[in-house]
Design a protein around this ligand. Structure first.
Ligand code: HEC
Length: 115
């Protein structure tokens, strides 16, 4: 029975992904995304700027909103799942926009103390 779960997750992802791809056309709003990221507790595990902690590093250069949705609806590790009732596709797009707005750290060569 246990072996069925990944197939079910893939089926759900295949059904949900096209809807999110269409919603992707509407741009996300980083400010709203930041608020949701903190209020939903994502920042508690992934860090305020998505730098990582108990959870993986999510920013800068995050994966697509579609890929985020697929994972958070059906996480395979220790991360708790978030249903579309708890976290809408539109909010995921905002969260992705926030993560995409995080500036990358400076290059080592640009840090005087290290040269
Ligand atoms: C209790 C801690 C915790 C919370 C809360 C949490 N995460 Fe995670 N997240 C993890 C961990 C740990 C992983 C690594 C995979 C795993 O074990 O599930 C992960 C993985 C992910 C991944 C997959 C990253 C990749 O590159 O594969 C995404 C995307 C993600 N989290 C987004 C979110 C978002 C968005 C929220 C808030 C809605 C959130 N997480 C809340 C702990 C958390």
């Amino acid at each position: 029975m246990k072996h069925r779960t990944p197939w079910l997750a893939l089926l759900v992802a295949a059904i949900c992904a096209p809807a999110l791809a269409r919603a992707d056309a509407a741009p996300g709003e980083p400010g709203r995304g930041f608020t949701a990221f903190v209020e939903l507790g994502c920042s508690g595990c992934h860090g305020t700027v998505g730098q990582g902690g108990p959870g993986l590093r999510l920013a800068p250069q995050p994966i697509s909103a579609q890929a985020i949705a697929i994972y958070i609806r059906n996480p395979t590790g220790v991360m708790p799942p978030f249903t579309s009732a708890e976290l809408s596709d539109a909010t995921i797009i905002d969260i992705q926009a926030y993560l995409a707005s995080v500036k990358p750290p400076p290059k080592l060569a640009d840090i005087p103390l290290l040269n």
